[in-house]
Design a protein around this ligand. Structure first.
Ligand code: BYC
Ligand code: FE
Ligand code: FE
Length: 473
């Protein structure tokens, strides 16, 4: 169904046919806008930004581009087209028709997942709210705002489900999504990573590379759901998500390219020399990668999870790309995973496959994360620099699951608590790193100009030149 932009809330769910729901969402809309003004991007709300807006939900040309002031962005409710006669793709009810309503017995599980998903979207906007003030270019400023408005729309996606399918409870949850705030001492966001500050653009690029990619994998899992409206919502969100990861991947590539240029100019890869020249040295980059990757690993939950087993069994949440697997029941199969043993090492443990779904998703995610690292390492190698960036072991610095609180080095070997405490000072960003990175964060707003720590992008947005005035200041 095409998107109706003539209504107050653009949608392709025929909202006008349900007056009660429409009124409830129109009641929530001004609260969302208030939240956007208070907790969304600071400044720039009155400036025209070259943004894309969804005009249809099919793969070809769903976007239209134009200058929009952010508060005028048409946030709305867009579901991917229904797949006719879709059936449940996994779990105990494999092959049965999908549901257009939430079965009563699964209501609280669905609610919990939708609320958790919904909570991350505004959280990320809050985390990024000050970044506009230190943008490395107008191109990057525009990309930041594009990500921000789309995360706002992802909130709408979840709020629609809560309002449409969860009655009064759902409306209350929708209010709470605007009441919790990232990093708030009393009412923080639900998941750890979404309470971490993002106070510089290196963190922003790491976040969009690693944390938005968790979004990709969680949305893929939910896109398999037997609850069809959830599946369709997530399928469309995934098309928007691709841009967020593009921002992360190209952002980090450009930082690396600039660092390689500086190494060539200076004739050394010495960290102090690179920093003195206004760049980001590789050891520092590696520490930021370590931080955001490990934090994002926790977002998959525990390796062994009865929640995950239940949601899989009940058709609520599948594996990412469930169709790639041949066994959609996963009843008989086991999963081998390494857990800490009593002798300072690791041992293999076998658990029922259904209980290991979080780990299955995490491993698919890790593979996806590694692709960027391969590309970056190729770039570094081609430049003749003897450095390799690497992802830490998934046992390192875990805050959730079997390896929670188990001191290991970056390779996942167990070490003493003292060695770990000492190691962290070299493995994670420290005060000196933050001071340096923050010292580089200066707002560059001349069209086509870039801050000195980052190379220009290969191309502009939507075939426009890099020097296009993407934000009218
Ligand atoms: N921090 O059985 P367990 C995105 C909690 S990102 C704090 O191990 P389960 C985006 C867990 O909630 C994608 N708490 O795990 C990216 C549970 O608490 P309760 C977001 C955590 O339930 C960038 C307890 O620990 N979407 O879209 O199997 C920008 C035991 O849980 C954490 C989703 O997450 C943590 N890291 O799986 C914008 C999808 N990890 O309930 C947006 C929906 C676990 O016992 N959520 N806990 O109080 C889920 O599918 C699941 O809730 C989780 C956890 C995968 C998160
Ligand atoms: Fe999102
Ligand atoms: Fe995203």
């Amino acid at each position: 169904m095409s998107i109706n932009y003539s209504e107050r809330i653009p949608n392709n769910v025929n909202l006008a046919s349900d007056r009660t729901l429409q009124r409830a969402l129109e009641h929530w809309q001004p609260r969302f806008l208030e939240w956007w003004q208070e907790m969304g991007p600071t400044d720039f709300q009155g400036n025209e930004v070259y943004l894309r807006t969804a005009v249809g939900v099919d793969v070809e040309g769903w976007a239209s581009y134009g200058e929009v002031k952010m508060p005028d962005y048409r946030w709305g409710i867009f579901l991917a087209d229904a797949v006719p006669e879709r059936t449940i793709g996994f779990g105990d009810m494999l092959g049965q028709p999908v549901w257009q309503q939430v079965p009563g017995e699964f209501r609280s599980q669905f609610r919990r997942l939708i609320v958790t998903q919904g909570d991350t979207e505004p959280a990320s906007v809050e985390q990024q709210r000050l970044l506009g003030l230190t943008c490395p270019s107008l191109y990057d400023l525009r990309n930041l705002f594009q990500v921000n408005v789309e995360e706002g729309r992802h909130l709408w996606a979840m709020v629609y489900l809560l309002h449409a399918y969860f009655g009064r409870d759902g409306r209350e949850e929708a209010e709470e999504l605007l009441a919790r705030h990232s990093g708030d001492a009393d009412k923080p966001r639900i998941l750890g990573t979404f309470n971490e500050p993002i106070s510089d653009w290196l963190s922003f690029f790491c976040f969009t590379y690693f944390t938005d990619r968790d979004g990709k994998y969680q949305l893929k899992s939910l896109a398999e759901s037997a609850f069809d409206p959830l599946a369709r919502t997530c399928r469309f969100m995934l098309t928007e998500e691709a841009h967020h990861m593009f921002v992360g991947e190209t952002g980090l590539s450009r930082v690396i390219r600039r660092t390689l240029e500086l190494i060539k100019e200076l004739g050394t890869d010495d960290s102090a020399a690179i920093q003195h020249a206004g760049g980001m040295d590789f050891p520092l980059l590696q520490r930021y990668l370590n931080f955001w990757f490990t934090s994002s690993l926790d977002l998959f939950g525990s390796e062994v999870s009865s929640n995950a087993a239940t949601t899989f069994a009940n058709g609520i949440k599948g594996r990412p790309d469930e169709t790639l697997y041949t066994d959609h029941h996963c009843l008989e199969t086991a999963f081998e995973l390494a857990i800490p043993d009593d002798n300072g090492g690791a041992k293999l443990d076998s658990v029922p496959m259904r209980n290991a779904m979080n780990e299955v998703a995490r491993q698919a995610y890790i593979k996806d994360c590694e692709m960027g690292l391969k590309r970056w390492n190729m770039m570094i190698k081609r430049a003749g620099v003897a450095v390799e960036l690497a992802l830490p072991s998934s046992r390192f610095r875990r805050g959730i699951g079997a390896w929670y609180g188990v001191p290991t080095d970056l390779q996942g070997n167990r070490i003493s608590p003292e060695a770990y405490r000492h190691g962290l000072t070299q493995w994670l960003p420290g005060e000196q790193d933050r001071i340096h990175v923050h010292s580089l964060m200066r707002c560059v707003t001349t069209p086509g100009k870039m801050a000195g720590w980052i190379a220009p992008p290969d191309r502009g947005v939507n075939n426009l030149p890099v020097a296009y005035e993407y934000v009218r200041l």
